[in-house]
Design a binder for this molecule. Sequence first.
Ligand code: APR
Length: 252
Amino acid sequence: MSILLTEVSDELLGIFDGAARVAVLTGAGVSAESGVPTFRGGGGSEIWTWRGRPVTELSSAELIATDPKLVWEWFDYRRALLKECVPNEGHNALAKWERRFERFTLITQNIDGLHREAGSMNILELHGNIWRARCLRCASSFEVRECPLEDIPPRCFVCGGASRPDVVLFGEFLPEGVFDRAEEAAAAADLFFVIGTSAVVYPAASLPIAAKQAGARLIEINPEQTDISLMCDVTLLGNAGEILPQFLKERG
Ligand code: APR
């Protein structure tokens, strides 16, 4: 049964300080305080429909095959929303955590790139990155920062071919190898954090379960309890931007 806390206890600080191999899974909630809408839980999920179409259709493999222009227009709309967003204290704390442990892996479902902007280095982007495009001809992946986009679709830097957003769309598999490395980090962890995710989208949601089964302590941070809460050792009920910095506070 998970212990519910609203702030980081000294006992939890002790567990944190004693950990060697830490892995973290983040979701949309860690970016909520930066103004990025979430998909399901609290944090203002007004991103579900656009031009009257559901996000599951707009961000789908089917639509990129039949109407790539509309998919790019949808992603350009989201890029414009994200362009104004900056990392919050949650992202910043995780970037600092990276240097504290023998091994630290940040696994994110977010495509907003805010962890990288905060200075995190060892990041596994399970669902890709909205600021990158991938060539449909030579599969090169390249950064596209201009917003709004001048050309739709953006042309490949290498071969000039048409490109698509370098993100995982509904109905698609995760990028080769990235999930294997995430699974490996989860299985090796002695402390695993689940932060700002409803933990309903697989295979990402299987990672905390794999970590727990491999013997890791499981700590959740979310203002609401989720599908994974029962499996956690501790659930910290609160916002990531307020809770995460508490792990870095001065020790007595
Ligand atoms: N701090 C921490 N957690 C928060 C905060 C906050 N400030 N605000 C909201 N949350 C929590 C919500 O309570 C919810 O449980 O973040 C979670 C966000 O859940 P979702 O919107 O379902 O996002 P996520 O779990 O990342 O979705 C997974 O689904 O739609 C796809 O590809 C998309 O990567 C996404 C995947």
